[in-house]
Design a protein around this ligand. Structure first.
Ligand code: FEO
Length: 169
């Protein structure tokens, strides 16, 4: 059984994961409209993954005797200045998610809730990979600069890239 405090914090995390999914969905939609088919495919997959992160938390909260709160949809932005801005925002968002996960882990230790602490280790590992990939992609975008051919290849590479571990880049 989780404490009320941990339940509340996990529900906040559910909200943040839903927000991530919606934010990346908006980015995917913008990229699709802007002709970046690969970037768009990557971001659609990323959005789906964030929904799975949310679902995993919902099931955990319910299984541990709490009540998962299903978040209301917020309105993410419609337009972005470019691919560079999209990935800057994505990295910033992932850093925020990592910070929140780390805070949750600290609270679990303080409350001696080792079950939730153990459950959250998957998120800790996932965040390391997601941040690493986002940084890597942003570095590539900076190298490409205004080179249209470079951006064409970047977009093509993202067509099949998975937004999580083992990308080997
Ligand atoms: Fe589920 Fe990328 O945070």
């Amino acid at each position: 059984m989780i404490s009320k405090k941990i339940e509340k914090l996990l529900n906040q995390q559910i909200d943040l994961e839903a927000d991530s999914s919606s934010f990346y969905l908006a980015m995917a939609s913008w990229a699709e409209r802007s002709g970046y088919n690969g970037v768009s495919a990557f971001l659609y997959r990323h959005s789906d993954e964030e929904r799975l992160h949310m679902l995993k938390l919902i099931k955990f909260v319910n299984e541990r005797g709490g009540a998962a709160l299903i978040p209301a949809l917020k309105s993410p932005p419609i337009n972005f200045k470019g691919v560079s801005e999209v990935f800057e925002l994505l990295l910033k968002h992932e850093v925020k998610v990592s910070n929140e996960i780390n805070k949750l882990v600290e609270h679990c230790l303080a409350d001696k809730d080792y079950t939730t602490h153990n459950f959250l280790q998957w998120y800790v590992a996932e965040q390391i990979e997601e941040e690493r990939l986002a940084r890597n992609l942003l570095d590539k975008i900076k190298l490409i600069g205004s080179d249209k051919g470079g951006m064409y290849l970047f977009d093509r590479d993202l067509e099949t890239m998975q937004p999580h571990a083992d990308q080997g880049i």
